[in-house]
Design a protein around this ligand. Structure first.
Ligand code: GLU
Length: 441
């Protein structure tokens, strides 16, 4: 249950009349502050959903060790029904209502993007906060997921999809776990179906296909699906989607009007990256994927989860699989509070020290003649100090590996724990409980 949920109804004069909107910001647990979690814009937003998602944020943050409590916000709106300047007015007004109650504040409550929101909305929210707190030197830390030149951080946009990739890479480092799903080997050549080519699904599909050799055989969108056993060109589909607002008409031979049916196609890995409840009692029995990665929040209902596990499927749960977003949000918040970009102080120093080693190796190279030579691109690769993007990716990779291992240890060592989701909750709840207990609460 959530500690508190604030509901606000406010009117905005648009197109000659007053339009009333309903929004929520829910705080689940304040054992650590600020509390953290996205703000979504969707017509389906309601109090129950916001509260459930706030709770998920508490456990997600605990699992990946980001020092935040859990929160979530939502506005009942179809963002596509409004022009940019109208959306800005609505967003600013919603932000104003939350800011004046400290439900947006760098030390109390820090929102981020979620379904229907992105960098643009975060910049409006930050600016609104700054107008209301003109002397707060840490104002930029009141929200994360901002554009790079508005206090954002490199790699935040790709972060959730990148996290899905790192989660899968870590899973495939454990052959026993891979065997549990009836699979073997590496990600190379694995057939992947992705539902939702939004920010999360697009980046996950892009990285898995470009960097790990996975084959994206299916892409499901609002207006149907594309399916090809030989693999789809993720960039081409994404370009089409941006230009046409859907995948309909995409020049591929395998267009399927009934998108959801593609969830049931044979594949190795299914990545629901769209919205909650898409795998439920009505289709769970027919889902063939032996490994499902919950890139969205709550895509599998509790009933479906049971059915899938009974069939032997392995589910990498949302609170772990999509935690890349909040992890990089944490880095952005730290960057805002420290007022300096990661790597700015040490990058050239690192390069200078590497240069010393390269010079010594070059001396050795000359001395040894034909007997030994430096590998051709060693010098170029080794000389480069890490920039912010590399540091963010390194921090994210480390986070995803550590969190998987903590979950896995419980999954593997306890006979009463049969799945990763239960293991993830046990790890997260134990950490939250330890925090409360230490403070005597
Ligand atoms: N909305 C994202 C989530 O559900 C990101 C939250 C954040 O960065 O605070 O995890």
């Amino acid at each position: 249950m959530c500690n508190a949920t604030y509901t606000v109804r406010f009117g905005v004069r648009l197109r000659g009349s007053i339009h009333t909107f309903t929004g929520y910001r829910s705080v689940h647990s304040e054992h650590l502050e600020p509390v953290k979690g996205g703000i979504r814009f969707a017509l389906s937003v309601n109090q129950d959903e916001v509260e459930a998602l706030a709770a998920l944020m508490t456990y997600k943050c605990a699992l990946v060790e980001t020092p935040f409590g859990g929160s979530k916000g939502g506005l009942c709106i179809d963002p596509r029904a409004w022009d940019t300047h109208e959306l800005e007015q609505i967003t600013r007004r919603f932000a104003y209502e939350l800011i004046k109650r400290d439900l947006i504040n760098p030390s109390q409550n820090v929102p981020a993007p979620d379904m229907g929101t992105g960098e643009r909305e975060m910049a409006w929210i930050m600016d609104q906060y700054m107008r209301m707190h003109t002397t707060d030197i840490n104002a930029a830390a009141c929200v994360t997921g901002k554009p790079l030149y508005c206090g954002g951080i490199s790699g935040r946009v790709e972060a959730t999809g990148r996290g899905v990739q790192y989660a899968l890479r870590e899973f495939f480092r454990h052959p026993d776990d891979v065997a549990e799903a009836g699979l073997s080997g590496s990600l190379d050549g694995k057939r992947v179906i992705v539902q939702g080519l939004g920010n999360v699904g697009y980046h996950a599909a892009k990285f898995l296909s470009e960097e790990d050799g996975a084959i994206i055989t299916g892409i499901i969108e609002r207006d149907g699906a594309l399916y090809s056993p030989d693999g789809l060109d993720v960039e081409a589909v994404h370009d089409w989607l941006l230009r046409h607002g859907g995948i309909k008409g995409f020049p591929a031979p395998y267009h399927r009007p009934e998108g959801a049916a593609v969830l049931e196609e044979a594949c190795d890995i299914l990545i629901p990256a769209a919205m909650e409840g898409v795998i439920n009692l009505s289709n769970a029995e027919r889902i063939q994927a032996p490994l499902i990665v919950e890139a969205a929040n709550g895509p599998i209902t509790a009933g479906a989860d049971e059915i899938l596990r009974a069939k032997g499927a392995v589910i990498i749960p949302d609170l772990y699989a999509n935690a890349g977003g909040v992890t990089v949000s944490y880095f952005e918040w730290v960057k805002n509070l420290s007022h300096i970009r990661f790597g700015r102080m040490e990058r050239r120093r690192e390069e200078a020290r590497h240069e010393l080693i390269v010079k010594e190796l070059e001396r050795l190279d000359k001395y040894l003649g034909d007997a030994w030579a430096m590998s051709p691109d060693f010098k170029r690769k080794y000389l480069r100090g890490a920039d912010e993007l590399e540091l963010v990716r390194s921090g994210l990779d480390d986070t995803m590996r550590e969190a998987y291992q903590s979950m896995r240890e419980v999954w593997r060592s306890r006979s009463d724990v049969n799945d990763l989701r239960t293991a993830a909750y046990l790890v997260a709840i134990a950490r939250v409980a330890a925090n409360y207990a230490a403070k005597g609460l």
